[in-house]
Write a protein that binds this ligand. Structure first.
Ligand code: PMP
Length: 354
C-alpha cells in the first residue's frame, strides 16, 4: 500500500443493476418504467435552444420546486430537489445523521443506505425483517440517531401501513425519520399528509419510476421548512448547481401532464396484477407487491439458476446473492408483451427442468 493510501477515505461502493449495451433484451432488472415519459417532456426536449446552456442553471431549481409545490399542494419552502432521490437521500444522511448514535434501517432494504452510512461515517444498526419480510414497528421505537424506512420496501415490494409508520415518527421526535417513497405511486399511501404534523419527518420521492425519467435524474423531498432549509444549507455547501437547466424544465413539464401520469401508472399496476396471477399459477411465491416489481421465489428451482437461464434468453432480472434473499428474483414490471414473454419462458423452463 502506498503511504498516501492510509489517508484515503475508503468505501465499498453500491453496485447498480446491469445496464447492458445492446437494446434487444427484455430489461426487468432496475425497476425502470417501460413507457416513455410524458409527451410534454419530449416537446421541451425538441424545442430547447442550446443557447440557454451558456448560463448556469437556477441554483434553487425554482421552476421545478414551484411545480412540485403546486402538484402536491405544499408550500414551496417545504420542497427540496436533487439529482435523483439518491442525491436527496445522500444529502439527507449527511445533514441529519451527525449525532453519533446509530441510525436504524431494515436488514433487507435498498442497499445504498449502508453505503452512504459508511461513506459519511454514520454508525448504523440493521433491524431484521420478520419471517414474512415485514418491517416490525417495535424495532424502531428505541433510542437511535435517525431512521430510514422505504415504503414500499425494496426489494420486497411490501407496503407498511401508514398508521404504523406514524407510530414510529411520533415515537422519535428527537431524530429525523426518512420515509423513502421511491415506489409509492404504484399503489401505496404516502406519508406526505403527515408532514404538517411532524417536523422530524422527511418524505423522499423520485421521477425515476412512476414518471419514466430515470435517465434524467430527478428526486425530491417534502418536510418541515426548517428541515428543508438545513438540507439546502448542506447542498449549497457542497455544489450549488446540482440540477441542470434541461432537467429542471423537463421535470416541471412532466408534472404538468397529470392525465398521462395516471394512465401510465394504471397500465403498470394492471400488468403487475396480471403477472402476480401468472407467477402464482407457475408455483412462485412472493410477498404482495405495491411497487413496480415482484420479489418472487420458486420452491422447486434455485433463484440463481433461473436468473442465469433468463439472462441467457435475453431477459434480465435482479438477483441478490445475500443471506435470506438468495432464493428470490426481483422482477420489474415491463410492458404486457414483455411480461407475457417472461411467463412463457418460465413456464417452458420449469416444465422441462423441475
Ligand atoms: N430508493 C429506493 C428504495 C430505490 O429502489 C431507488 C432506485 N434504485 C432509489 C431510492 C433511487 O432512485 P433515483 O436515484 O433514481 O431517484
Amino acid at each position: 500500500m502506498a503511504a498516501w493510501e492510509e489517508n484515503v477515505r475508503k468505501v465499498v461502493p453500491y453496485t447498480p443493476g446491469e445496464q447492458p449495451e445492446h437494446l434487444d433484451i427484455i430489461k426487468l432488472n432496475t425497476n425502470e418504467n417501460p413507457y416513455p415519459p410524458a409527451p410534454k417532456v419530449a416537446e421541451i426536449l425538441k424545442n430547447m435552444d442550446a443557447e440557454i446552456l451558456r448560463r448556469y442553471p437556477d441554483p434553487a431549481a425554482s421552476e421545478l420546486v414551484q411545480a412540485l409545490a403546486e402538484r402536491y399542494k405544499v408550500p414551496r419552502e417545504q420542497v427540496f430537489v436533487g439529482v435523483g432521490s439518491d442525491d436527496v437521500l445522500a444529502m439527507s444522511f449527511l445533514t441529519f445523521f451527525s449525532g453519533g448514535k446509530p441510525i436504524f434501517f431494515p436488514d433487507i432494504t435498498y442497499s445504498f443506505y449502508d453505503v452512504w452510512a459508511d461513506l459519511f461515517r454514520i454508525p448504523y444498526e440493521c433491524q431484521p425483517l420478520d419471517e414474512q419480510f415485514q418491517i416490525r414497528t417495535t424495532d424502531y421505537l428505541g433510542d437511535c440517531g435517525g431512521i430510514v424506512i422505504p415504503n414500499p420496501n425494496a426489494p420486497t415490494g411490501i407496503e407498511k401501513d401508514l398508521l404504523e409508520l406514524e407510530q414510529i415518527i411520533a415515537a422519535n421526535p428527537g431524530v429525523i425519520v426518512i420515509i423513502d417513497e421511491a415506489y409509492i405511486d404504484f399503489g401505496g399511501e404516502s406519508a406526505l399528509k403527515l408532514v404538517p404534523k411532524y417536523d422530524n419527518l422527511l418524505v423522499v420521492q423520485t421521477f425515476s419510476k412512476s414518471r419514466s425519467l430515470a435517465g434524467m435524474r430527478i428526486g425530491y423531498a417534502f418536510g418541515d421548512e426548517k428541515l428543508i432549509k438545513y438540507l439546502n444549507d448542506a447542498k449549497y455547501s457542497f455544489n450549488s448547481y446540482t440540477m441542470d437547466t434541461v432537467t429542471i424544465a423537463m421535470g416541471a413539464a412532466s408534472l404538468r401532464d397529470e392525465v398521462y401520469f395516471r394512465e401510465t401508472i394504471g397500465k403498470v399496476t394492471a400488468t403487475r396484477e396480471w403477472t402476480k396471477k401468472e407467477l402464482a399459477r407457475l408455483g412462485f411465491v412472493f410477498p404482495d407487491s405495491k411497487s413496480n416489481f415482484i420479489f418472487a421465489s420458486h420452491p422447486k428451482c434455485p433463484a440463481k439458476e433461473l436468473f442465469e437461464a433468463l439472462k441467457e434468453q435475453g431477459i434480465y432480472v435482479r438477483y441478490f446473492d445475500k443471506p435470506r434473499i438468495d432464493q428470490y428474483l426481483r422482477i420489474s414490471i415491463g410492458t404486457d408483451l414483455e411480461m407475457q414473454t417472461l411467463i412463457q419462458f418460465l413456464e417452458q423452463y420449469l416444465g422441462e427442468n423441475v
